[in-house]
Design a protein around this ligand. Structure first.
Ligand code: 13P
Length: 341
């Protein structure tokens, strides 16, 4: 396989394929396991992720790459096979979350800055040796009447750009993820407000990427969709698709090969419907696909329920969502396919 950044990025957004975000930190996966009453241990985390990664049909046909967490990149399946090897055998690329999380931003009440730049060059070199060929860094922007501030937007964009440049130096494709939250506090903003903030954030991010000399052909963007707050949802599928395409056309250079959305708190079916509606448009300059965490995993987690006898059911649920999102990635999803399943 060729190792040019450009080729890796293109493979990650191959037609009808998308990314599985399985990079929950230890704290986040604990929250997910709490919902099924399962204790989070190294073994339970391994068993859960092994169930997903060994879903052969889903992995081979619909998933181009998997974003892992540090522990998982180094972890083996129960029989001792490294997870990275299982992904490779399924034709899927291993990726790694390299940010250290969003922390309070000094001087800016209720805003965050994502940490993890110190020592990142050395960590990237190690991750490359462990088999990672792409990385992810998430900056978080919350909307309220008074937020975000320019200071927070600018500092998060600068961190994303410095991260992306370090990745490319290391031969790793950066996924640049500036997430404007739909489920932040209070989560009551309109779709118009989400449009304005998302446009501002993306404009700022691409300016910083340019200043940091990031090669656009060798990166992917992972944005939020333009959608109203989770506690005030009313925009239709068509509105979300239209406004999201409008903001992307206004801000994302066509040199970027692909855009892989986060699900951000949308229901499984909403996340699929929105992606499909966008891909029904013609002549888009970039591939549009999914890089979902919750919207790809929620049904599988609940079907599995932490029980070995439910592995096949969990895999069926995962394969179904992966297939629906694969169809959405080419604009071919239909609601009745959900009901048929
Ligand atoms: P969600 O799809 O659950 O938002 O997760 C994607 C992700 O990687 C967030 O950083």
């Amino acid at each position: 396989m060729s190792e040019r950044l450009e080729d890796i990025a293109i493979a990650m957004v191959a037609s009808g394929k998308g990314l599985l975000a399985a990079d929950e930190s230890t704290a986040t996966i604990k929250k997910r396991f709490d919902t099924i009453g399962l204790e989070s241990t190294a073994d339970s985390r391994r068993d859960y992720r092994e169930m997903l990664f060994r879903s052969d049909d889903a992995m081979k046909n619909y998933i181009s790459g998997v974003i892992l967490y540090d522990e998982t990149l180094r972890q083996n399946a129960k029989d001792g096979t490294p997870f990275v090897q299982i992904l490779k055998a399924a034709g899927s690329i291993a990726g790694i979350k390299v940010d250290a999380g969003a922390k309070s931003l000094a001087g800016f009440a209720d805003e965050t800055i994502t940490e993890g730049l110190d020592g990142l060059r050395e960590r990237l070199a190690e991750y490359y040796k462990l088999g990672a060929r792409f990385a992810k860094w998430r900056g978080v922007i919350n909307i309220s009447d008074a937020l975000p501030t320019w200071g927070a937007v600018k500092q998060n964009a600068q961190a994303l750009a410095r991260y992306a440049a370090l990745c490319q130096e290391a031969g790793i494709v950066p996924i640049v993820e500036p997430e404007v939250l739909m489920d932040g506090k209070p989560g009551t903003h309109t779709i118009e407000r989400c449009y304005d903030v998302t446009e501002w954030v993306l404009k700022t991010v691409f300016t910083e990427l340019y200043d940091a000399r990031v090669v656009l052909e060798g990166m992917l963007l992972k944005p939020n969709m333009v959608i109203d707050g989770k506690n005030a949802r009313k925009a239709s599928v068509e509105q979300v698709a239209e406004q999201t395409l409008r903001v992307l056309k206004a801000t994302v250079p066509s040199a970027v090969p692909g855009i892989a959305f986060l699900s951000g708190g949308q229901s499984d079916e909403e996340a699929t419907a929105h992606l499909s509606a966008m891909n029904a448009a013609h002549d888009l300059p970039w591939k549009l696909t999914f890089s979902y965490g919750r919207a790809l995993q929620a049904a599988a987690l609940s079907a599995w329920n932490g029980k070995p006898e439910n592995v096949a059911a969990g895999q069926r649920a995962f394969a179904h969502r992966a297939k629906m999102n694969s169809l959405a990635a080419t604009g071919g999803w239909k609601k009745d396919l959900e009901e048929a399943a």
